[in-house]
Design a protein around this ligand. Structure first.
Ligand code: PGA
Length: 231
């Protein structure tokens, strides 16, 4: 199982270090991914099944892109896992499928692990599963789904940060459709909590979770890893 924490715009250098140090002292079998803010990246001494990744990057090695972070800056911290296509970047920060593909191709050329996020907004969900899947497949336009370092995260937009998780049946339906074409690990994300993670991880075709809000407390995150280990 893959248990990932997306810090978004939370935690600073000191609290990120405390968080990672705490997780590092735990013994577990699950694959753990932690995505802190750029400013908290550091040379962490990590046990092999933990990786620290970047929430975003600009698809260049280096250059003149004021305010952006390229791979020269990520390479300094040996970052080899990145989030791409998160709904907050698509819908709040205005990333287009074209710019997302540029990031995807760049990270792929760098042989990075990519956690690629897809998911439908509420108005599409209301139209039923066919509309949902056609919306999601469009988010795979020009994306190489056979990339061996790919992990796909299904995260319905209306479930992110709202406390409203998708139902187990809804998650299963989407993951089953994705699994028919996509052979890489499939995660679910959207208001996953300590109380709900077990049932979600037990869904057929669910290989892990991407957690925001409920993961920012390290004790909660560690509990989620423990639940995953004990499945
Ligand atoms: P959430 O965020 O757990 O706060 O809903 C999930 C995500 O954005 O990956």
């Amino acid at each position: 199982m893959i248990i990932a924490s997306n810090f978004k715009t939370n935690h600073n250098r000191a609290t990120t270090k405390e968080f990672i140090d705490f997780i590092n002292t735990q013994h577990f079998f699950s694959e753990v991914r932690i995505f802190p803010p750029f400013t908290a990246l550091d040379d962490f001494d990590l046990t092999p099944n933990i990786k620290v990744g970047a929430q975003n990057f600009f698809p260049v090695q280096k250059g003149s892109f004021t305010g952006e972070i390229g791979f020269e800056q990520l390479d300094e911290f040996d970052i080899d896992t990145v989030l791409i296509g998160h709904s907050e970047r698509r819908h709040i920060l205005g990333e287009t499928q074209k710019s997302i593909c540029q990031k995807y191709d760049f990270a792929k050329a760098k042989e990075c692990e990519i956690v690629y996020c897809v998911g439908e907004p509420q108005e599409i969900r209301k139209q039923g599963i066919e509309a949902v899947m056609s919306y999601i497949w469009e988010q795979f336009d020009s994306i190489d789904i056979n990339y061996e370092e790919l992990i796909v995260a299904y995260e319905p937009v209306w479930a992110i940060g709202t406390g409203l998780s998708a139902s187990l049946d809804d998650i299963k339906e989407v993951l089953d459709s994705l699994r028919a074409k996509i052979k890489v690990p499939l995660l679910y994300g959207g208001s996953v909590k300590v109380e709900t993670i077990k049932d979600i991880l037990n869904i057929e075709n669910c290989d892990g979770v991407l957690v925001g809000t409920a993961s920012w407390d390290v004790k909660n995150f560690s509990k989620m890893i423990e639940i995953s280990d004990n499945l």
